[in-house]
Ligand binder design. Sequence first.
Ligand code: NDP
Length: 448
Amino acid sequence: MSFKNQYIQDLYNQVVKRNAGEPEFHQAVREVLESLEPVLEVHPEYITSGVMARLVEPDRIIKFRVPWVDDHGVVQVNRGFRIQFNKAIGPYKGGLRFHPSVYEGIIKFLGFEQIFKNSLTGLPIGGAKGGSDFDPKGKSDAEVMRFCQSFMTELCKHIAADTDVPAGDIGVGAREIGFLYGQYSRIRNEFSGVLTGKGLTYGGSLARTEATGYGLCYFTEEMLNDHGTSFKGKTVVISGSGNVAIYACQKATQLGAKVVTMSDSNGYIYDKNGIDLDLIKQIKEKERKRIKEYVNYHADAEYHEGCKGVWTVKCDIALPCATQNELDLEDAKILVANGVMAVSEGANMPSTIEATQYFINNNVLFGPAKAANAGGVATSALEMSQNSMRYSWTFEEVDQKLHNIMINIYHNASSAAKRFGLEGNLVAGANIAGFLKVADAMYAEGVV
Ligand code: NDP
């Protein structure tokens, strides 16, 4: 693989060398740099002023020990991370992920992508991400609380409502945000909007829980409408059964589609009659059990071990909503052979670069994560605004703002692609539109 521009090639080589053993970060940087080549031909000042070189290097990497005591009195030690990547256009903003696969490279790729996604929302938020290799699965509520308190005891030294505002991500939902917020508020003796995704009784925003999944569907509906079609009457395949997947399923169904699959890290269910979402919520959110329980309630539904099989189910629209690189070239070929017309990414970087390219080359409408799943962080920014004003908007007000933001994101990405001769390529369009605002701010703020 090689870039046309020698400077970009050298920069990419340096990223690989400096961040050895972090393939997800290399992948995220490569995709963005490829999209930006036509922009840099017209704007060489982004190279000469060091914007490009500064963009791929985080402002700050915070890495810490998280000791905690389990229910058997045994001391456990996890690793905590917060990568504050770029704050040229606003305070650092991005979720926390608790999953055993977390290491510096995962947090770095997510933090890097967050810069462009946050810029695309049109709201003043910079890019960051954090997390830990702690696995909340199978832990008691008391263990999760002790872990969260230990994690926040260190993290609280580095965040504040105008500095860095974390939120949830994989493994960090309402329960974890509550424990994290409680500890922050106790140590700092303040009540502020330092985290988003908070409960409604202590500063949370209505519609934040639904925002990423709903936003994904609003974006996808706009993309479909722009090509003379819609969700109505379509068959949809969704992977995952967490926060994003559940609310994507709900909104796609409300928009007239039939969702026939959902999955977890063990396997997937196929229900030809359409997913019973109340049952999924009961199994995954309330009981915290495995998705295979679903077939105990619906005799017609099927459970298959292994999550990759989900892409073999024939559909019109695919919404990957689980995790990075869950959809590869082989899966993309099966989806295209089965007639998929649109793929929109709810998860972060769920499609490999080869799969993405295959969809684009085969004229599949492709909504990249940076644009399609930006509804979560956009609504987090709306939560920050409400916290600053000490005011709460209604569900309908927040939902309407989210809807408008997603429509704007689609059109901004689409017109940026057109402007640089890449019409229809929303991957490039999202990267370019997100980049330009950040790059202009970095240029104006000087070498910092
Ligand atoms: P949750 O923890 O609520 O759910 C994650 C889902 O994905 C679960 O069904 C989980 O299965 C499955 N999953 C996790 N890891 C893997 C894996 N390695 N292989 C297969 N399946 C896996 O997370 P969210 O729904 O919040 O996040 C899902 C994706 O969306 C992530 O990529 C996240 O970064 C992205 N995202 C989330 C936003 C948000 O607001 N929450 C905003 C923007 C993006 P299991 O139950 O077995 O673990």
